[in-house]
Design a protein around this ligand. Structure first.
Ligand code: SAM
Ligand code: DTB
Ligand code: SF4
Length: 329
């Protein structure tokens, strides 16, 4: 087990020269008969990971709502009328209490999210204090604070941050349909800063936003062709929140979600592929297929940032039925 984790941590150099994927190749994966696709994904998964270990990350929104951006999926944008209550930044003590509870429940990574376009320096100082305190509990730390300016990623690295989450969200050709206040290139600039600062990259996207299969393939291609590809790849199914522009979008067939997980696993063999938002509305059978397709990480705990997630008891019972165990860091 330790070897596998070290392998993951030390793989930046070898993924730089990994096989590259074009969109047509990934579409061909999507088009495979379902059983063939899952078999292939599971085979790749077994080459690099303990197939029965799943990494557990708990999220906490440390600053909620009132965001200036217009991401069409997000209940925290100030531009949409949703039932989310805005909340100023939490105290370090409140964050530590939540992290301690998450650790007690079995999570090994704690991810702090903030509804900002990007952090101001005084915001960053407060988050830096949170990172130090959570790390002091012996947990891996992750933060998702929006776009970073020159030097900010280095400050987070010095504070002891392990991962920075920043999603490219969707394919380049669909991005403008969902968000107008920033471009995907802005996101890529931040991802470059995060990588250059020596932080681990957590980067994925959302499906079920009305995109085509070709767009899903293009999203996976963009992630897989990053050099190196991200250490963590969250695949979110859109959580439809009333008041957001994407509320009412036709729901994605969940087998297509499973296919997306499988394509992520095959094209990013050593990444932690996270079955992310949308799990609360997924039948157990679909979650089981996601694990079979190579998902080896979940968000754990009854809340994501502002919306619901399966409760800890339900996840423990599912793990027991499947003989899965939490990955220790
Ligand atoms: N404000 C920062 C940013 O946008 O990078 C950090 C927090 S933001 C909520 C983190 C990510 O959550 C987004 O990039 C998006 O991928 C995901 N997300 C937000 N709302 C979602 C929803 N309704 N369904 C699925 N994923 C969602
Ligand atoms: C990610 O890819 N998904 C998480 C985390 N990274 C920050 C967020 C999901 C948010 C779902 C909607 C909400 O709870 O507000
Ligand atoms: Fe703001 Fe992030 Fe939500 Fe976009 S996804 S509106 S940047 S909190």
């Amino acid at each position: 087990m330790t070897t596998l984790i070290n392998d993951r941590r030390d793989r930046a150099a070898d993924t730089a020269s990994a096989e590259r994927w074009n969109i047509a190749q990934i579409e061909a994966l999507f088009n495979l008969p379902f059983n063939d696709l899952i078999y292939r994904a599971q085979s790749v998964h077994r080459q690099h990971f303990d197939p029965n270990a799943v990494q557990l990350s708990t999220l906490l929104s440390v600053k909620t709502g009132g965001c200036a951006e217009d991401c069409g999926y997000c209940p925290q944008s100030a531009r949409f009328h949703t039932s989310i209550e805005n909340q100023d930044m939490l105290s370090v003590d409140a964050v530590v209490a939540a992290a301690r509870a998450a650790k007690h429940s079995g999570a090994t990574r704690f991810c702090m999210g903030a509804a900002w376009r990007g952090p101001k320096q005084r915001d960053l100082d407060q988050v830096i204090a949170m990172i130090g305190a959570v790390r002091g509990l012996g947990m891996e730390t992750c933060a998702t604070l929006g776009m970073l300016k020159e030097g900010q990623a280095e400050q987070l690295k010095s504070a002891g941050l392990d991962y920075y989450n920043h999603n490219i969200d969707t394919a380049p050709d669909f991005y403008g349909e969902v968000i107008s206040t920033r471009t995907q290139d802005d996101r890529l600039d931040t991802l470059g800063r995060v990588r250059d600062a020596g932080l681990n990259v957590c980067c994925g996207g959302i499906v079920g936003m009305g995109e085509t299969r070709a767009s899903r393939a293009a999203l996976i291609a963009q992630l897989a062709n990053m050099e190196p590809y991200p250490e963590s790849v969250p695949i979110n199914n859109l959580v439809q929140v009333e008041g957001t522009p994407l509320h009412g979008t036709e729901a994605l067939d969940l087998l297509e979600f499973v296919r997306t997980i499988a394509c992520a696993r095959i094209t990013m063999p050593k990444a932690m592929v996270r079955l992310s938002a949308g799990r609360q509305d997924m039948p157990e059978g679909i979650q089981v297929l996601c694990f079979l397709a190579g998902a080896n990480s979940i968000f754990y705990g009854e809340k994501l940032l502002t919306t619901g997630n399966p409760d800890v008891e339900a996840d423990r019972s599912l793990f027991e039925k499947l003989g899965l165990h939490p990955l220790q860091c």
